[in-house]
Design a binder for this molecule. Structure first.
Ligand code: ADP
Length: 405
């Protein structure tokens, strides 16, 4: 029997999982997949550790109407196909650890109750994240479950990075700059320590550029500041999210255009960002391939904001010893990397055109893409949030995963 750790990343319209086998105290990916299009066009897809498709099944909308139906379909599939792999623990991605959780935690009833109090802080995600934990606790109360938070990595950042310029009582009530993408930053910071320990101990900006996008400023591997804050709307423009915005514009939409808070929320989360700017697509690939001026403008806007926010974080750090790209856009789009680094000319960062052009997924591991004359290294480091969750889960079980974190 080979022991396994199941990692679950559940949202409102999709639930993804990854199964790691524990082999010689190491974690090997064995299965990955999930259910997408819950309630609309449900589809179950599962691949093995080498990427071969094991399941590719479509459902009628009524067969998988909600997240809980999706969990049951997935659980059934896993039970039938796991073979000799015994799941010894489940690690969950939970978006919000509030002001309380500074690291992953094993879930019991008290923890679950505390996590439920953070639902208002991330209404879109937190509920969906907690649902499978609750269901599993009912079906398998003996199975250890660990919650790993997107916010935890930033909890140690300085007070200056944690506050808004709002009345003090709001901070005490939890209106804080929490920051997100922490599992990705933690993983990438750990990889950087393996491949370039000297740089990793310095002042680094990591750009997590995916459909959600943020930057993190790190000193000696620890978060000092980040562009997302109270919610995952702040900071950079994203696929469909606005990023930072004049709060007066939000008041205008409500007071003068008569939009409800829910309508404004929908616009800011799902109709803005690259999609809103271009009117064409939220996908960088489509925009780069388009010859329409709106597409070019959206890309220019995105790259300039990434560069501007990097400069601001370099001020927080008092300098910049390395810049790192990661996630879907960061790992796959040389043209975006080229434009971001070009816009950061004042930092003295210079790309190697050849190294940048050939660094596209699937990457085996980190790739250095700066030119010899660059003032500091530029890396592309593929992220792996699921592996980070599996490692945390294993550590909390009292079994150390070999690896450097
Ligand atoms: P998430 O995990 O937040 O859904 P990802 O990190 O997978 O997002 O990033 C998804 C985004 O990455 C896509 O929306 C797309 O814009 C971008 N992307 C993926 N592949 C490429 C590519 N080859 N070229 C440019 N952009 C890409």
């Amino acid at each position: 029997m080979s022991d396994s750790i199941l990692v679950v990343n559940a949202g409102s319209s999709s639930i993804k999982f990854k199964l790691f086998r524990i082999v010689d105290r190491d974690l090997t990916p064995a299965l990955s997949g999930g259910m997408s299009g819950i309630g609309s066009t449900p589809a179950l897809k599962v691949r093995d550790g080498r990427g071969s498709v094991l399941a590719d099944r479509r459902f009628e909308a009524g067969e998988v109407p909600d997240a809980s139906a999706a969990q049951h379909h997935l659980a059934d599939w896993l039970l039938h196909h796991l073979g000799d792999a015994a799941i010894v623990a489940v690690g969950h991605r939970v978006v919000h650890g509030g002001p309380t959780f500074t690291e992953p935690v094993r879930v019991d009833d008290a923890v679950l109750r505390t996590l439920e109090t953070f639902i208002p802080l991330a209404p879109l995600h937190q509920l969906g994240n907690l649902d499978p934990i609750r269901v599993l606790r009912e079906r398998r109360p003996d199975l250890p479950q660990v919650a790993c938070f997107d916010t935890a990595f930033h909890r140690g950042h300085p007070e200056l990075s944690d506050r808004f310029a709002l009345p003090r009582f709001l901070y005490d009530e939890g209106v804080r700059r929490y920051g997100f993408h922490g599992l990705s930053y933690e993983y990438v910071a750990g990889r950087l320590r393996e491949i370039d320990p000297e740089v990793a101990s310095g002042r680094v900006v990591i750009a997590h550029l995916g459909s959600g996008a943020s930057l993190c400023a790190l000193a000696d591997g620890r978060s000092q500041d980040t562009t997302m804050s109270f919610t995952a709307l702040d900071g950079l423009p994203m696929g469909t999210r606005s990023g930072a915005l004049d709060p007066g514009a939000v008041l205008h939409l409500i007071e003068h255009k008569g939009m409800s808070p829910a309508e404004v929320g929908h616009m800011l989360y799902f109709e803005s960002g690259l999609l809103g700017l271009s009117g064409i697509s939220n996908d960088v690939r489509t925009l780069l391939a388009s010859d329409r001026p709106e597409a070019a403008m959206a890309i220019d806007f995105f790259c300039r904001r990434v560069a501007q926010a990097t400069a601001a974080l370099a001020v927080t750090l008092g300098g910049l010893d390395a810049f790192v790209f990661t996630a879907g856009i960061g790992e796959n789009a040389p043209e975006i990397r080229r434009r971001v680094i070009a816009a950061l000319g004042l930092t003295g960062l210079i790309l190697s055109n050849d190294a940048n052009g050939s660094a596209v997924a699937p990457l085996d591991g980190p790739v250095r893409i700066d030119a010899p004359e660059s003032r500091a290294p530029i890396w592309v480091v593929p992220t792996d949030e699921e592996l980070m969750i599996a490692r945390h889960t294993m550590r909390l079980l009292g079994r150390s995963a070999s690896g450097t974190e």
